[in-house]
Design a protein around this ligand. Sequence first.
Ligand code: NAP
Length: 278
Amino acid sequence: MTTLHNLTPQPIAFIGAGNMTQAIIKGMVAGGYPSDLIMATNPSRQKLDDLTANTGIHISQDNRAALAFAKVIVLAVKPQMLERVCAELPNEQIASCSFISIAAGVTVNRLQVMLRAPRPIVRTMPNTPSAISMGMTGLYADEDTPKALKDAAEFALNQVGEVLWVKQEDDINTVIAAAGSSPAYLFLFAEAMQAKAQALGLPTQDAKRLVGQALAGAGAMLIANPDMEFSTLRENVTSKGGTTAKAIEHFNQAQLTDIIANAMQAAVDRAVEMQSSM
Ligand SMILES: NC(=O)c1ccc[n+]([C@@H]2O[C@H](COP(=O)([O-])OP(=O)(O)OC[C@H]3O[C@@H](n4cnc5c(N)ncnc54)[C@H](OP(=O)(O)O)[C@@H]3O)[C@@H](O)[C@H]2O)c1
């Protein structure tokens, strides 16, 4: 884990001051990164005003100010905006900068084309729980990428959760299937459980509370027991012949494991399809 103890803070600028940028910057400042070394740019003013009021960072409505301020630039706009944003940045400023991208589905090669130069790039794939500092981010950089840039990326994303470096860029698609999309799989599970609890007679709020707290508690147990197999955690709550065993028998009969594998493969296939159309 990269901490402020083994990182020399350098100016860093975020292009796009949306949800992810706000979460990362608030985390960085709370973690001790000097706010006067951070800038965010955004077309609309309100988000910038709120961000500087909360953190004291520099702000601008001009993306070129980001590249004048810092040599490390975080590209944090929606993927479909990225081409236009890069096209508007001057070549001579791009030539002296390194980039961290959090745009989903945009490959390093594609970014190099958008930037019109082979600049050092770290590609990252955060997930939605980053908004509450419980994120899981996959990171990829090729072997020529300077360590200082990788450290800066790891530090920034560490402020909103855990990070995992992958060795090959294609592995980012597995990160998407396993961590980027998976909060939604759990939400689907939660919806189905809530619906059945209500059908069995519980009021809506009670059903939501029961399911939400049970799943959050189970999720916390996954993290709290890193040396335990997930299957052991399951077995520990599954008494032979009991209620849990009966429910799990139904999941197995319905081949839940295959359903999940097929769903994750569909997510990977879609990620491949989307990155080739970006
Ligand atoms: N949120 C997540 O959980 C999550 C997870 C994984 C990856 N990501 C990736 O993270 C990136 C940011 O996501 P987000 O959730 O933070 O999105 P967001 O809240 O919509 O933020 C995007 C920001 O970009 C700004 N923007 C639009 N055009 C711009 C331009 N020309 N120059 C500079 N800024 C511009 C928008 O400003 P206005 O609102 O003023 O137009 C907005 O503040 C996306 O690429 C997304 O794929 C997000």
